[in-house]
Design a binder for this molecule. Structure first.
Ligand SMILES: [Zn+2]
Length: 298
């Protein structure tokens, strides 16, 4: 993730979830303003995007091929992904049980999650706007990968049993638009799985306090936590608001800390983060990621 997003002339000032203009500046990290919505609690970057600027932003993901996105997939990450997929399998309630469950992974990167899903018996498809990565996954997994935005997919309504958004929804300029497209594509009784950073996490709360206490001088944790590719930072409240507004109901939700192997930080920082994770577990504090399973509201 090396390329800064192309900024449009007009900044994004209304909430990406509820469209309220009642927002305030939470923090400024380098040139990025992080706003918080007073209406739904959503936290978001004030960077406006067009389809073109989003496409440009993700072009360079393909330059690094296999190594970019789903990098750092050690045994712990793979085991957790298997657990997420098995939980989704358990929660699906569809009639056609003699066929493999059809899974669509949106923002599939180099296909790491799809590969695990294939091994668990799913019939997999992906969505990836970075064309070199889309082709990599087609070649590697011999499956269909749609090289377009999810709202532009030309497939029938109610096509999929499981749709996955693994570290994806935080990248979306208009998450409500994409979630409504997912709603169209998901079968009744099917499951949408969402994993995304949690802005209520203990590590973020402490980083914000350190930033405020030092008047912005100790800002490295904030730079690591709020950066240009992530346009949204969901709180529990704003994630539930997103699901409700787009026609979903929550089946299962909890938080979990990120695997240390996927964090791009120094070994010294990893020791500090590990200590924070242990303390957070003992205090039953909120973890770094939302893990949510939802279905179409009935
Ligand atoms: Zn809002």
């Amino acid at each position: 993730m090396t390329q800064a997003p192309a900024k449009a002339s007009r900044p994004q000032l209304v909430c990406r979830v509820c469209s309220s203009s009642n927002t305030h500046l939470m923090v400024e990290v380098e040139s990025n303003q992080v706003l918080r919505c007073q209406a739904c609690g959503h936290v978001f970057l004030n960077v406006a995007h067009t389809a073109e600027s989003i496409s440009t932003l993700y072009e360079d993901y393909g330059q690094q091929g296999e190594n970019q996105y789903f990098s750092g997939m050690d045994a712990q990450v793979l085991s957790n992904i298997d657990g997420y997929l098995r939980r989704a399998q358990e929660l699906v309630e569809v009639d056609e049980t003699d066929q493999p469950l059809r899974l669509l992974d949106i923002g599939c990167g180099n296909g790491g999650l799809m590969q695990r899903a294939q091994q668990l018996g799913f019939a997999v498809e992906g969505v990836e706007i970075c064309q070199p990565l889309a082709q990599l996954v087609r070649d590697r997994l011999d499956c269909r990968v749609h090289g377009c935005f999810v709202e532009d997919l030309e497939v029938d309504d109610a096509s999929y049993d499981v749709i996955t958004m693994y570290d994806l929804v935080e990248h979306l300029a208009e998450p409500c638009v994409d979630l409504r497209a997912v709603h169209r594509l998901l079968k009744p009784g099917g499951v949408l799985f969402v994993l995304t950073p949690n802005d209520d996490a203990l590590v973020r709360t402490i980083s914000k306090q350190l930033y405020r206490f030092t008047r912005g001088r100790f800002n490295r944790p904030m730079k690591k936590l709020y950066y240009p590719d992530h346009l949204s930072y969901f709180t529990k409240q704003s994630l539930h608001e997103l699901f409700t507004r787009t026609g979903f109901e929550v089946l299962d939700w909890h938080t979990k800390n990120q695997e240390l192997g996927r964090l791009e930080i120094s070994w010294l920082e990893k020791i500090a983060v590990r200590a924070l994770f242990v303390a957070g577990d003992r205090l039953s504090a909120a973890g770094g990621k939302h893990i949510a399973y939802v279905r179409k509201a009935v």
